[in-house]
Design a protein around this ligand. Structure first.
Ligand code: GCU
Length: 894
């Protein structure tokens, strides 16, 4: 021990020097000369940048005493070494025992502390307390002249969580509390990855899988290790690593051996691996003539398979099951129920401590659109209600938060209030399938909190969703949240640097669903970007405005996102909602006697509203009390129906209140305060949302000199794209609604574009005119396409001499990179390559709302008679397709 202490004295001197060096560095930061080294985003929020005021943490010990040997405790000590080393000074080190002459951070469980002789002898100020397994307590203890921090975990995993929390406080530059205990709200804090064995990721927008490649588990799993570390830092304890649309090879013996390597990489971070399984596996993998879940041969097959898995993966978490849904096989084929199937899998898992997360996402995607009683939203309740209370205790029903499919706004699924005797986990999407696919910044935690806050009024009692899913309301031992994350091999995990705020906040809300989206965002922003208010304030403002802005420029009033549901779910495609079997209907009825919205009332509609507990049902059933933001989800109304005026984001209504809050849904006021019609609201919301998105660019530019260049540029390019794409959304949706309703925009904006000339009507060479489908995604429904260079369009400017903004609307087919040049009187003023960062989901060479994009050249000085030309050069995968040229006064120059 003497040798250890001597060595540690020397290293402390070294660290003190390190501390002084860092303090000087920070003085330099305060003087505004901070060196902003390039960052890639790979570290996510675990950057451990020195906080602005290290002296605040001057007394933080540099010795770590690790009392236990569990992998999670080793990971905790390593994390403290890394984090404190980077943020405070020098290189902390880990010792196996406590000594009275050292300042130390002591790590251990209650048992380990009681067994530790050194701790019993020298650290009198601390008594271990009983803690729940994943809980931790962090306590500051003065040991005579010594400073100690004790991180006690209810389990080794709890120790790890405590270590991360201490580091987070420092990284966020917080005053350290002296005694804190945290217990996670629920047992299920999982992420799902929709990764395929071939290396693709369903609804993944950040490159190929970190787990699989060419049909196998990757040889190099270092990204999986890094990901596990990120997940553990926010308290995630389970991960389903393969797509819910599970590959039929998943349960083959050779594959299971490969999966065991993933489980090994996750284990040090306390994360248990689960697998998505296909219910036909007994037949496809096992060679049985049937997969009927009640057949004794099938039951025996699952038993043997589960035993085989646990031999390879002793801490295997369980199965995730998608069945009888979107073409996946299921018990229905044999006249059996979800109950039969879930219990058949749960039984063998029970003995090993595994669970079945059986998805409530069971519905018929061949509904009859002409049947006014048909309703996809009813399916969860209709398919599961009868079995409540009959599942084995280790079956957890995984329910999507809304009854449809992760739309920009949906009411809470009524199934959540229905399962009183069955544990449930609420599924949300971190990957932004319907929310801009990580090309748009959409901070989703405000939506999740709105859902968690929704009071379902079970038995006319307060019963917020957060209490139901964590098991409080119905006294369930299990429950929680599952987030579909879909990270990829791209360095920064999710493509958009801002999207990481969603992953972070999901983990924090799964840990503690009473946290506010503002607080989780603040934590993330400080750790990811900076503790400088000039940086975190604008970033937080932008993020907090983003969900509502996205809702405004896509589908407001409960219409759903209004994307092309038959395509990639990215750009506008309102036409695709109705007329097919998918049931994401908006029931738009054209003309002055028509209207819009799904009638889901009990009185005249599908009866869906009757699935809610009576108080909530009454609120939704009546037009007088149904909130505006869900109006068209619940009711079919005429185009000119007048709103209540309670949309909190609609700044033009008298009741505007700023950002949406949970209580908005509880506003029982029956008084109509608005004179705005549904159709006018749709128009106005689209202008308001697109304007907010445009403002993000300016807000971001205010942080330019304060953060590193690579990340600044990356976000800037994405926000510019979003601003343009928001306008495409605005124009497509508004044009479509104007034609459907036949009601003109009272403010005169819709369909009128000052300074715009349609490409198909401009003189030039090489271009020919094509119809665009859907028509509303192109101005005038047409575009001018260039098959072979050279192609050129011209126009003559006739306005007054001034600086102008020249906007070119065009389609950017993916992949491929057409070239464009913009010239004034033969002199080039701009050039660009059409290789926008469109979702890599699949190549798209069509002209539509996914490929529509815009380029803007600002500050171009024009005078009457100038010739403006656009030159386009195709490549073999991207034939230039130009929609319009628009010349307007430049707001920045006028
Ligand atoms: C959505 C999504 C699918 C996914 C499905 C599911 O429909 O588009 O890709 O498979 O949800 O959650 O199972």
């Amino acid at each position: 021990m003497a040798a250890v202490l001597q060595e540690s004295f020397a290293s402390r001197q070294h660290r003190n020097l390190g501390f002084i060096a860092r303090a000087l560095l920070c003085l330099a930061c305060l003087a505004g000369v901070a060196p902003l080294h390039a960052e890639t985003g790979a570290q996510a929020w675990l950057r451990y940048a020195p906080p602005p005021d290290p002296p605040r943490y001057r007394d933080m010990p540099h010795e770590i005493v690790r009392l236990g040997h569990a992998p999670e405790e080793q990971a905790a000590a390593e994390e403290l070494e890394t984090g404190l080393g980077r943020m405070i000074a020098g290189a902390p080190e880990t010792l196996p025992a406590f000594h009275r002459d050292i300042d130390a951070i002591v790590l251990g469980t209650a048992d380990e502390m009681r067994r530790s002789e050194s701790m019993q002898r020298h650290l009198h100020g601390y008594q271990p307390v009983p803690l729940a397994p994943d809980a931790f307590r962090i306590t500051h203890v003065r040991n005579r002249a010594r400073q100690c921090w004790v991180i006690q975990g209810g389990s080794p995993r709890g120790v790890l969580y405590g270590a991360f929390r201490l580091l987070q406080w420092i990284a966020q530059d917080r005053q350290l509390p002296t005694d804190t205990t945290e217990t996670p709200a629920s047992t299920i804090r999982w992420v799902d990855e929709w990764d395929n064995l071939d290396g693709s990721v369903e609804r993944g927008y950040a490159g190929p899988s970190i787990f699989f490649d060419h049909g196998h588990v990757r040889g190099d799993l270092s990204r999986v290790h890094d990901y596990a570390r990120m997940l553990a830092s926010v308290g995630i304890n389970g991960i389903t690593v393969n797509n819910v649309n599970s590959d039929l090879r998943t349960l083959q013996p050779e594959m299971l051996e490969e999966f065991a390597r993933i489980a090994d990489s996750l284990r040090p971070y306390g994360i248990r691996m689960a697998l998505s399984v296909d219910l036909s596996s007994p037949q496809v993998v096992g060679g049985l003539p049937t997969f009927d879940p009640v057949d004794p041969r099938v039951i025996a097959w699952w038993q043997a398979k589960v035993d085989e898995i646990y031999k390879l993966i002793p801490d295997f978490a369980g199965f995730t099951v998608k069945a009888d849904s979107e073409g996946r096989p299921g018990p229905h084929q044999y006249g059996r129920s979800p109950l039969d199937a879930a219990n058949a899998l749960a039984k063998p898992l029970q003995a090993h401590g595994g669970v079945v997360l059986y998805r409530g996402f069971v519905y018929n995607n061949h509904l009859d659109f002409h049947d006014l009683k048909a309703d996809r939203a009813r399916a969860g309740y209709d398919n599961f209600r009868a079995y409540d209370g009959k599942f084995l205790p280790n079956v957890i029903i995984q329910v999507k938060h809304g009854p449809i499919d992760f739309q920009v706004r949906e009411p809470v699924s009524p199934l959540i209030a229905t399962l009183r005797h069955t544990p449930q986990a609420m599924e949300v999407q971190i990957t932004q399938e319907y929310l801009g696919q990580q090309r748009h910044m959409v901070y989703i935690a405000p939506m999740w909190s709105w859902v968690l806050d929704t009071d379902m009024r079970v038995d006319n009692q307060p019963s917020p969703v957060r209490d139901i899913i964590t098991g409080k309301t119905f006294y369930q031992a299990q429950g929680g949240m599952v987030g579909v994350a879909n990270v990829g091999m791209e360095t920064n995990w999710l493509h958009h640097p801002m999207a990481l705020a969603n992953l972070y906040s999901f983990g924090r809300l799964a840990w503690n669903p009473t946290l506010t989206p503002e607080s989780t965002l603040d934590e993330w922003t400080r750790m990811t970007w900076s503790n400088d208010g000039r940086v975190y304030e604008p970033i937080e403002q932008m993020n907090l405005a983003s969900w509502h802005a996205y809702e405004q420029y896509t589908g407001p009033l409960g219409l759903g996102t209004l994307t092309d549901i038959l395509g990639t779910h990215f750009g506008p495609g309102p036409e695709s909602a109705d007329g097919n079997g998918w049931g994401q209907w908006i029931r738009a009825v054209p003309g002055p006697h028509g209207g819009i919205g799904m009638d889901r009332t009990v009185a005249t509609g599908t009866g869906y509203i009757g699935q809610y507990p009576p108080e909530l049902a009454a609120k939704y059933e009546s037009l007088k009390t149904c909130p505006d933001d869900l109006l068209l989800f619940m009711h079919h109304v005429p185009w000119t129906y007048k709103l209540r005026g309670d949309d909190p984001g609609d700044k033009t209504t008298p009741s505007a209140k700023g950002a949406p809050t949970a209580n908005d849904a509880d506003d029982e006021s029956e008084a109509k305060t608005s004179t705005k019609t549904v159709i006018q609201h749709i128009y106005d919301a689209h202008y308001a949302g697109a304007a907010t998105a445009a403002a993000f660019v300016d807000q971001w530019e205010s942080v330019k000199s304060l953060i590193d260049e690579p990340r600044y540029n990356e976000v800037h390019a994405l926000l510019v794209f979003q601003a343009r794409h928001a306008e495409i959304w605005r124009d497509a949706i508004n044009d479509w609604f104007a034609r459907e309703s036949g009601v003109p925009d009272a403010l005169g904006f819709v369909g009128h574009h000052t300074g715009r000339e349609e490409a198909e009507s401009l003189p030039g060479t090489g271009f020919h005119t094509v119809d665009v489908s859907s028509w509303e995604t192109a101005s005038g429904g047409k575009a001018a396409v260039c098959n072979a260079a050279p192609c050129e369009l011209h126009t003559t400017f006739r306005g007054a001499a001034n600086p102008y903004r020249i906007q070119v609307g065009y389609f950017d087919r993916h992949p491929g990179a057409a070239q464009y040049r913009l010239l004034v009187n033969g002199t080039e003023v701009a050039n660009w390559t059409a290789d926008d960062m469109l979702p890599p989901d699949r190549p798209d060479d069509r002209l539509n709302g996914h490929t529509a994009t815009r380029f803007v050249a600002e500050g171009i000085r024009l005078k009457p008679g100038d010739t403006i030309s656009l030159e386009a050069t195709p490549d073999d995968k991207d034939l230039p397709a130009v929609d319009f040229l628009e010349i307007t006064r430049d707001p920045r120059w006028n």
